[in-house]
Design a protein around this ligand. Sequence first.
Ligand code: UTP
Length: 297
Amino acid sequence: MKKRVTKAIFPVAGLGTRFLPATKSIPKEIMTLVDRPLIQYAIDEARAAGIREFIFVTSRGKSALEDYFDNAPELEAALRKKGKTELLEELKKTNMDSGAIAYVRQNKALGLGHAVWCGRRLLGNEPFAVILPDDVIAAETPCLKQMVEAHAETGGNMVAAMEVPDDKISSYGVLDIKEDMGSVVSVKGMVEKPEAKKAPSNLAVIGRYILTPQIMNNLNKKKTGAGGEIQLTDAIAQEIEESDNVFGFRFRGQRFDCGSKAGFLQATVAFGLAREELRDEFQSYLSGMEALRNAAE
Ligand code: UTP
């Protein structure tokens, strides 16, 4: 029987330079869409997929992230006293059971592959998920849940993938497709950040993965790749050569690249409009702006 995916690694040790100066003192993952930090969206998605153990790869200056998951008894008591039960429920979602969450340190930002490798001692001999919290995905069925269901059929390694236009493809890891079966594709190669004309397809990898423990052996070699970083893509590509067990998964949903300013702003608008209590006011503000722009043109 295939093993269930119950552990997830959240690599959050990057420098977040695209959001300086904010990220000088707050972790990127604490930045907020409407009223919830990016990390909360990632945790909710993981829980919905059946994840029970949460492994954070952190670095210097990320203590706000660690504090975020602690219980806040004074705050809870105050909300209870005031009868603010809805807020209390929201707050409780941020609490983690004792022992469900672990932090390991990445001493130097050597790349995503290296960050994942830092979690190796906390994983058993079973498949695990990797979630990049700066990729936020709005979906009816949460993206990782879709993947866990598909992975129960395929096994092996699975990466979330989406079609990307030519002028953006060089920012991504790109799949060389062996067989296209619709939502699942089998993969015969993977290239990190190719030039547009050398990209093997338009199918780009985004920040959700289900990986076999073998990946850690590949990462052990600490080989650097694109940008001088230890790339997760390279370790997965090695699996294609050795075990031929890598799949891409076209998820249903909309992904926002909240690691970039434009993506973060787009997500703010989308998640703002999705909130019932904000929709009318926000929508009329946006329509007013549109009208002003049209008038100016
Ligand atoms: P990014 O490529 O977005 O890098 O990392 P970054 O440092 O977070 O942001 P910029 O580019 O400087 O603005 C993708 C994911 O991999 C993690 C990041 O925390 C993010 O979740 N990461 C990256 C690490 O944990 N360690 C690394 O060495 C590199």
